[in-house]
Design a protein around this ligand. Structure first.
Ligand code: IPM
Ligand code: MN
Length: 359
């Protein structure tokens, strides 16, 4: 039996609470899996940084990247200036492992509240494929005359033909495999970013020829923001750059059950494998939420569903489906959410136990 090494980075804030529930579910399913999961916990994030001024020491990085996949809670802590933990842990892993896809489902499960009136689970069911290693996240830029009244700050939007094309190809593939509406939307701002998004449009057009069964369209990002609210039912799979994907998927999360529900997969899909054995990182989208940390208030469904995506990545389709089924049953029990709200009414561990009971 194959053993998969899973590096666990519970991280900061509510990270540890929600990851604990995710692992509880994954461990329960282990007898029904074709492989064995070996969880190895790494203490990374704010406490590590405050002790050593290094959020992820090189030796630990080497161990983490020799795993088969990473399960991450959240990084971010008010005691550390913004950007440090994000850059030294999460973005470092995304970049160094070349996890060029960030796959984010925005799926409203039956019985889950959406703030959009008259829309139901029939209407909100789409995936955003977010490019995950380029755009303004590449960190290219600098200051000129910093600190003076004439200061200039430049931050470059990087779009490489290779980076864009592999992301688009993944999105076509994913859309075809999903087999839902067979419709892929390119989200850009080609009317203003006339170089960068001209490249995206040409790459999209060319790759589309390899997928004659997938219907395509291109929309401007501002219009997509509007249509997430006005008519989310038109979407199946969307593909976009890193920064637009970041912003749109928070909006996507709120219409499909809240941040407590949003899971994500960061994947190197193998066209240009990185030099490390680890090709994927799974995380809830919500972040560390320090204001509610340690109180049992966090919703662990996002972490549990990130665990589902982890199993899918490892080829454990049927236990992954069992998680999905158990989450649906737990929601239908009516015990998790307050009426007409995506706020929860039972504790983090009680939600984990409820899902567990339906496995
Ligand atoms: C996300 C987060 C990160 C991002 C932050 C924490 C760097 O907002 O995963 O969406 O901007 O990508
Ligand atoms: Mn974000």
């Amino acid at each position: 039996m194959k053993t998969h090494k899973i590096a666990v980075i519970s991280g900061d804030g509510i990270g540890p609470e929600v990851i604990k529930e995710g692992i509880k579910i994954l461990k329960k399913l282990s007898p029904s899996m074709q492989s064995k999961l070996d969880f190895i916990e790494y203490d990374l994030g704010a406490s590590q940084y405050l002790r050593t001024k290094e959020a992820m020491p090189q030796s630990v990085f080497q161990e983490v990247v020799s795993s088969d996949a990473i399960f991450l809670g959240a990084v971010g802590d008010p005691r550390v200036p913004p950007g440090i933990l994000e850059r030294e842990v999460l973005l470092k892993l995304r970049f160094d492992l070349d996890l060029y896809i960030n796959l984010r489902p925005c799926i409203l499960y039956e019985g889950v509240y959406t703030p959009i009136k008259q829309k139901t689970s029939q209407d909100i069911s789409f995936y955003v494929v977010r490019e995950n290693t380029e755009s303004v996240y590449a960190g290219m830029g600098g200051f000129f005359k910093k600190g003076t009244p004439d200061e200039v700050a430049v931050q470059e939007d990087i779009n490489t033909r290779k980076g864009v094309e592999r992301c688009i190809r993944y999105a076509f593939d994913f859309c075809q495999k999903r087999g839902y509406k067979n419709a892929l939307t390119l989200v850009d701002k080609a009317n203003v970013l006339t170089y960068a998004h001209n490249l995206w449009r040409r790459a999209f057009e060319e790759v589309s020829k390899e997928y004659p069964k997938v219907k395509t369209n291109a929309m401007y990002v501002d219009a997509v923001g509007m249509d997430f609210v006005r008519r989310p039912e038109i979407f199946d799979v969307l593909v976009t750059n890193n920064i637009f994907g970041d912003i749109l998927t928070d909006l996507g999360a709120i219409i499909s059950g809240g941040l407590g529900f949003a899971a994500s997969a960061n994947i190197n899909a193998g066209e240009q494998p990185s030099k490390y054995s680890c090709h994927a990182l799974f995380e809830p989208v919500h972040g560390s939420a320090p204001d509610i940390a340690g109180k049992g208030l966090a919703n662990p469904l996002a972490a549990i569903l990130a665990g589902k995506m982890l199993l899918q990545f490892l080829g454990e389709e049927s236990p992954a489906e069992r998680i999905d089924h158990a989450v649906r049953k737990a929601i239908q029990s009516g015990k998790i959410f307050k009426p007409e709200s995506s706020d929860t009414q039972i504790s983090t561990s009680a939600i984990g136990d409820l899902v567990f009971s339906f496995l």
